[in-house]
Design a protein around this ligand. Structure first.
Ligand SMILES: Cc1cc2nc3c(=O)[nH]c(=O)nc-3n(C[C@H](O)[C@H](O)[C@H](O)COP(=O)(O)OP(=O)(O)OC[C@H]3O[C@@H](n4cnc5c(N)ncnc54)[C@H](O)[C@@H]3O)c2cc1C
Length: 398
């Protein structure tokens, strides 16, 4: 049931995360009639995020984030490899640890203010197809079932993306690209510097991934881990618990929230559209494959998708071939850069602890920041080339 009594829209967006809200808002600003349904009572009521977002990303996506959505301002990072440490000192507001439960609610409210009809606790339960086109979704609100019709359905339903799969879009990802993530929000902890994020890499600590401490206050932080692929001796939770036990400052803390989730870190999709369907955000694997951050990527993906959908509806053509303009623009503006980062991630994942030490010892803070953005990969390659055994690996970055 839709409380506004309207069941026919230009665009129906499934999922009110960063991707859904960005797509919905962009479409509404272009004059389209848009509904966005979210299955949870409040967007992001179940947190699955370290909540980190850089200031550069905020500028790029053009958001004026209200202060209550920001838990802490961050001025840099500390990176630990097993035997080395790099400190990245940046300016005062280099990044933020958000309060995503408030941030995602604010994003949905901003979409509503732009003209989107938003309804939470409303799950899309099926896809309506006719003549080879996706024509809408079945929904359920408080046990009451109904259907929404639309010109375009947007699958912004996160990493599981049931809607894309129901519609017939191939979203299967290689297991190497799926990161298992586990996180505690901890209170009463002691951190080395509560104004910096701290990252730990190393094959024993977090194979093919990293442990993070993202401070939300003087004594509170998201303490989490993401590990890539399969076949390790422990689960993500096991690695994280062992890490916490080994750290005196964390050991004394309490756990006020447990978060789990998967991160589609790579395996970018050549095609993210069908007749009448567009996938965005995690649903389309739009995540930085090196650090697993997806808020910026989901928002940028949503903005591109919204523009293309509006253009297609104006031309009265929502076929896969017309909507493919989104594939083309996304790959030009985001995909090429992200694929480079994926290459770098695949190289780093193969490094021994000793190689990671060499890397961390040899780079500057600026290099690390550039590296996470897919830039200066040749500098990392030059460092790896110092060791004959790493020449083949280093060549992947040149
Ligand atoms: C442990 C962890 C830590 C992370 N840390 C960071 C970080 O620090 N910084 C960062 O940038 N990224 C981080 N990420 C990634 C980031 O959370 C995601 O990339 C981002 O939320 C993707 O946005 P989205 O809108 O595509 O999907 P989501 O945020 O997952 O939103 C999808 C929405 O769709 C809704 N939905 C699903 N199915 C339906 C349905 N059938 N009907 C209606 N609604 C539905 C869901 O309830 C959800 O609200 C992390 C991820 C994990 C798992």
């Amino acid at each position: 049931m839709m409380l506004n009594g309207k069941y026919d829209y230009d665009v129906v967006v499934v999922g009110a995360g960063p991707a859904g809200s960005a797509t919905a808002k962009t479409c509404a600003e272009k004059g389209l009639e848009v509904a966005m349904v979210e299955k949870l009572p409040v967007p992001f009521a179940v947190k699955r995020c370290g909540e980190g977002l850089s200031n550069d990303s905020v500028k790029l996506i053009g958001q004026k984030i209200p202060p209550e959505c920001i838990a802490r301002k961050i001025n840099g990072a500390i990176v630990y490899s097993p035997g080395k440490k790099a400190v990245i000192d940046l300016h005062r507001e280099a990044g933020y640890i958000l309060e995503r439960k408030l941030y995602d609610k604010w994003l949905a409210a901003e979409a509503a203010r732009a003209g989107v009809y938003v309804q939470t606790k409303t799950a899309a339960t099926g896809v309506i197809k006719k003549d080879g086109f996706v024509k809408g979704v079945e929904i359920e609100f408080e046990g009451e079932k109904s259907a929404l019709s639309s010109r375009v359905v947007v699958a912004a339903d996160g990493v599981e993306s049931v809607i894309s799969r129901m519609a017939g879009l191939k979203t299967t990802n290689n297991l190497v690209n799926i990161f298992s993530a586990y996180q505690f929000e901890m209170v009463g902890i002691e951190m080395e510097d509560p104004d910096k994020i701290i990252v730990y890499v190393g094959n024993k600590i977090s194979p093919r991934g990293y442990v993070w401490i993202f401070p939300k206050g003087e004594d509170v932080a998201n303490v989490g881990i993401g590990i890539g692929g399969l076949g390790y001796e422990k689960t993500a939770r096991g690695y994280l618990e062992d890490f916490i036990k080994s750290d005196e400052g964390l050991r004394k803390g309490s756990i006020v929230e447990v978060n789990t989730g998967a991160i589609p870190a790579g395996g970018f999709m050549d095609n993210m559209v069908l007749n009448g369907l567009v996938a965005v955000g995690d649903a389309a694997h739009q995540v930085n494959p090196l650090h697993g951050g997806g808020i910026k990527e989901a928002t940028l993906g949503g903005m591109i998708a919204g523009d293309v959908i509006a253009g297609c509806i104006e031309k009265n053509d929502v076929s896969q071939s017309a909507l493919s303009e989104y594939n083309k623009i996304w790959w030009e503006q985001q995909g090429k850069r992200l694929r480079n980062i994926e290459k770098a991630r695949n190289v780093i994942a193969k490094l021994s602890d000793e190689d990671l030490d060499m890397l961390v010892e040899s780079v500057t803070g600026d290099d690390i920041v550039d590296f996470t953005r897919g830039k200066k990969l040749e500098k990392v390659a030059q460092i790896l080339l110092r060791k004959p055994g790493l020449i083949t690996l280093a060549r992947h970055l040149l």
